[in-house]
Structures are given as structure tokens and as C-alpha cells.
Design a protein around this ligand. Structure first.
Ligand code: ZN
Length: 450
């Protein structure tokens, strides 16, 4: 019995977001994932290439495992064969960390010690973004119809002396527009429709929204189980009244805590279903289920893509059906273990999921062990209250705990071998284990067990 319950999809453009700045797939896996998306009837993929892109103009932006141009080309070709529209994303305002952390670009920050927001008043700022957009267009041109320019969460906008004066004179929206319009126009000139995140514009006056809406689509995002509490229907109505073409953005992963190992499937399904209903009712241009791999460039990675494949596929199902159904939720494990999806997910998914759950359970015990340690009065200098058997028990428990952590880390790494480059697998495991490992000699010194 198919999980797809209707002949026609509820949402016409059904997208998945690949956020490659954390746990990026190996080149082979990147292409395989497209085939898995196709089994979930996904027909759009928003790709945040970030430091995995083979940047040519600014090669220093590539990370150690950046894809080759050949891989990018293969990805675009396979997407084309599968009928999946690729929408690349290049940051243009906020979240420019990958660029602004480099010495060469540090002078372009809006605030010197905040490495994220670009100052729109420096003449070089627009040129740097444009050069990156051109770089991505060189591989994507002729194969894309939309280009996402980010533009979200530039919270320090209007902080530098020049920008502050500009905001005082004409307001924040005007300053934002002055920077973004030439970029939007440059993309549009290539026959590609730009998209921006919507959060910076939620309180804009109608006139500014109309000016923006003539040039770009907005992708409205909200990742909570009940998505329309903060992003209210009134905000969506205001965008619509200003003639803005709207996309929705839900989340299939990367929204249940900055350092979790598994997503909360119940929250994700509630979020994606609410968005699917809204996308249908409001006739949105499309809906993208985002899959954040870090809360920001400067955070350790959150849960991986591989253990989240059930949420990803169910995202496709929910967008197709326009609602959740317990039938498809019950059928998902079977779907991922048989047929084409079984070849692409199957045991590998099951192992990655199990290893992630084990790691999460282990991490969940940390507070208990800390409390056991804190219960020892000798920590507070009460050396006449030492009970050797109690000390020994705490030490044995701590030893068992650290050993188990290493084992869980090894299992996690093994489950991801070949799916994510070793460099990133090791860093992920380290992000979960390093604190406990560093504490180990300290705890041993405190708990001598005599
Ligand atoms: Zn500025």
C-alpha cells in the first residue's frame, strides 16, 4: 500500500533543504540522496553549498572536503534526470560567517566582533556577494529557475556609524533594499527568480514590501510544531497584500535543539503538516522542508541527515498528501527497508539511527553523573566525611560511563563510514565526547578511591 494517498499532490513544488555546512555527504552519497528524494516524490532541492562548494573566485572559502566541480556538475545532471529543481543558496547579508571570519573580509563586518552580518554601506560588500553568486551561476546557469540569496537574521544591521546614519534618515527597510536590490536585479537579469528569507521584513511598511515583492519571492520560515504562532497569519496576509510571491519553509530536522543527535519526529511531522495545509490553502509557490545541520556556522553540528531519513521521506509524503496520516507513519520503516528506498537507506539508515539514539541516551546520563560527583563532600573540603566504598562506587560508575561513551562514539563513526567524510564524522563524535574526556583526569584526581 502506497504512502502517497492522492493522485495529485497537495503542494506542487515540494522541496528539501540540504545544508552542507555540517556533516556533508560524501560525493557518492550526495548523488544517491537525490535518488532517495525522488522516491519521496520531492521535486525541488534547496542547496546551501557553503564551504563545500568548489569556490573559484575566493578559493579560501572551500573547506578541506569541498566538492569538485565535476561532483557539482554530476549532482545537477542527476537532479535534472530525476525532475528535481535545484535552488542554490548564497548568503548576502546575515550568516556570512564563512566569508567574514576570513581576515581578507573581516573589514566588511557590520560590527567588528560579530562575525556574521555584512555591512551594506561598504562599497566592496555588494561586490563580494555578487562575485560568489556569479561563481555559483557558472556551474548552475541554464539548469535553474530560482536562486536563494539568504538575507536572514542580519540582526546588527544599522550598527556601524554609516549605517546608523542611513537608518536614521530613511529607516532600516530602505537600507536593506539599497544593498539587496542590485543583487536581486543581477540574478533576475540572468533569467533566474531570486528568493529571500522573510524574517527581516516581517515589520516592513507595505510600500517597501511592494518594492521588494516586485523583485523577489520570500520564503517564510517557522520550525516550531505550531508554526503560525510567531510567524502569524497576519504577517503572511501582509506579504500577500503587498503582492509578494510566498514560499513556505518547514523543518524535517535541525530544529529540535542545537546539539541533539536525533530529531523529534512528532514535532517535525506536526510542523510539516501545518505548513502543507497552509501552502495548499494560500497557494504558495512552493514548500521546502529545511534540514539544518548547525544552528549557526559557529555551532557544533546538530543531528545528522542519515539518522533523519525517515523524517525526510515523511516530509515528502506529508507535502504530497497535504496532511499527516498514521498509515504512512506506520509504513515508513517498511518503505525505507524495501525496494529502491531500501537500497538507498535500508540497513545503513537503521544503523545510523540506532547509533544516534544510543549516543543521545548516553549523553542524557551526563547530569546524573555530575550529580553523583557533586554528592561527594570531599569536593567541598570535608575530608573527614569520606566513605571509601561510596567514593569507589562513584569512580566505577564514572569509568563505566566514559567507556560507554567511547564505544557509542565508535559505533556512530562506524555507522556513518562512507556516507560522510571521516574528518566530519570524527569532529561530530568529538563534539559529543570531548567535554567528558577532558573531565576524566580531573574526576580521577578528585575521586582517588582510597
Ligand atoms: Zn554598516
Amino acid at each position: 500500500m502506497s504512502m502517497f494517498e492522492t493522485a495529485k499532490p497537495a503542494v506542487k513544488v515540494r522541496g528539501i533543504h540540504l545544508d552542507l555546512k555540517g556533516l556533508p555527504p560524501t560525493p557518492k552519497r550526495l548523488i544517491e540522496l537525490l535518488d532517495l528524494l525522488a522516491t519521496a516524490r520531492i521535486n525541488c532541492v534547496l542547496v546551501e553549498w557553503e564551504d563545500m562548494y568548489p569556490w573559484a573566485t575566493y578559493p579560501e572559502l572551500r573547506c578541506a572536503t569541498a566538492y569538485s566541480r565535476a561532483t557539482v556538475d554530476r549532482f545537477l545532471r542527476r537532479a535534472g534526470e530525476l525532475g528535481i529543481e535545484v535552488v542554490p543558496l548564497v548568503q548576502s547579508f546575515g550568516h556570512m560567517e564563512t566569508v567574514l571570519c576570513r581576515k581578507r573580509f573581516a573589514h566588511l563586518r557590520e560590527v567588528p566582533d560579530h562575525v556574521g552580518d555584512l555591512c551594506p554601506s561598504r562599497p566592496e560588500s555588494g561586490a563580494v556577494v555578487l562575485a560568489m553568486v556569479e561563481d555559483v551561476l557558472r556551474t548552475h546557469e541554464g539548469r535553474i529557475t530560482h536562486f536563494h540569496l539568504g538575507g536572514d537574521e542580519a540582526w546588527t544591521l544599522g550598527s556601524c556609524p554609516t549605517c546608523r546614519r542611513a537608518v536614521q534618515r530613511r529607516g532600516k527597510a530602505a537600507l536593506y533594499l539599497r544593498h539587496i536590490v542590485p543583487l536581486l536585479d543581477a540574478v533576475a537579469k540572468r533569467g533566474v527568480r531570486p528568493i529571500l528569507w522573510d524574517d527581516m521584513m516581517r515589520d516592513w511598511p507595505q510600500k517597501a514590501l511592494r518594492e521588494l515583492g516586485a523583485r523577489t519571492d520570500l520564503m517564510c520560515w517557522s520550525y516550531r510544531p505550531a508554526p503560525f504562532e510567531k510567524l502569524t497569519p497576519e504577517i503572511l496576509d501582509r506579504f500577500a497584500r503587498a503582492g509578494v510571491r510566498i514560499w513556505g519553509a518547514s523543518a524535517f530536522k535541525g530544529a529540535d535543539g542545537p546539539i541533539v543527535d536525533v530529531c523529534n519526529l512528532e514535532n517535525r511531522l506536526a510542523n510539516m503538516a501545518a505548513w502543507s495545509r497552509a501552502a495548499r490553502r494560500r497557494e504558495m509557490a512552493g514548500l521546502v522542508a529545511t534540514g539544518w545541520s548547525r544552528y549557526s556556522t559557529f555551532c557544533a553540528p546538530c543531528e545528522g541527515l542519515e539518522p533523519s531519513l525517515d523524517a525526510l521521506v515523511l516530509g515528502g509524503v506529508v507535502m504530497w498528501n497535504g496532511r499527516r496520516s498514521s498509515r504512512s507513519e506506520k509504513a515508513i520503516d517498511g518503505f525505507l527497508s524495501r525496494g529502491r528506498a531500501g537500497q538507498l537507506a535500508g540497513d545503513r539508515f537503521a544503523r545510523c539511527r540506532a547509533a544516534s539514539e544510543q549516543l543521545a541516551n548516553w549523553r542524557g546520563q551526563f547530569a546524573n553523573h555530575l550529580q553523583n560527583l557533586q554528592l561527594l563532600p570531599q569536593l567541598a573540603g570535608e575530608h573527614d566525611r569520606v566513605n571509601p566504598s561510596a567514593v569507589r562506587r562513584v569512580r566505577t560508575q564514572w569509568d563505566r560511563y566514559t567507556r560507554a561513551g567511547k564505544e557509542r562514539g565508535r559505533e556512530w563513526a562506524k555507522s556513518h563510514a562512507g556516507l560522510v567524510p571521516k574528518l566530519w564524522v570524527d569532529r561530530y563524535v568529538k563534539s559529543r565526547l570531548a567535554l567528558v574526556e577532558r573531565m576524566d583526569p580531573v574526576v580521577r584526581g578528585l575521586v582517588k578511591g582510597k
